[in-house]
Design a protein around this ligand. Structure first.
Ligand SMILES: [Zn+2]
Length: 80
């Protein structure tokens, strides 16, 4: 399932039909690492057109989830 659609509670089949998911990489999220995400056809086109920075600005839930995934288990304990 598309990571953006999943975070925003959308059904990707509704606006993509049977088009396959696309595996995308974000290079500016993590320092010296690559973030791997799955996107539906429309969100992959949006990422290509507006670029990585503006894509994350327009989808803050995805950016927040990527940020949370950088935490270690010990920092999660201290966050609560
Ligand atoms: Zn999507």
């Amino acid at each position: 399932m598309c990571d953006v659609c999943q975070e925003e509670g959308r059904d990707p089949r509704f606006h993509n039909g049977k088009r396959p998911m696309q595996f995308c990489r974000l290079y500016r999220v993590y320092k010296s690492q690559v973030a791997n995400i799955n996107l539906c056809h429309l969100h992959a086109i949006e990422l290509f057109c507006i670029g990585e920075t503006r894509f994350l600005e327009s989808h803050p839930r995805l950016a927040l989830r990527l940020h949370r995934s950088t935490r270690t288990s010990s920092s999660d304990v201290f966050a609560f």
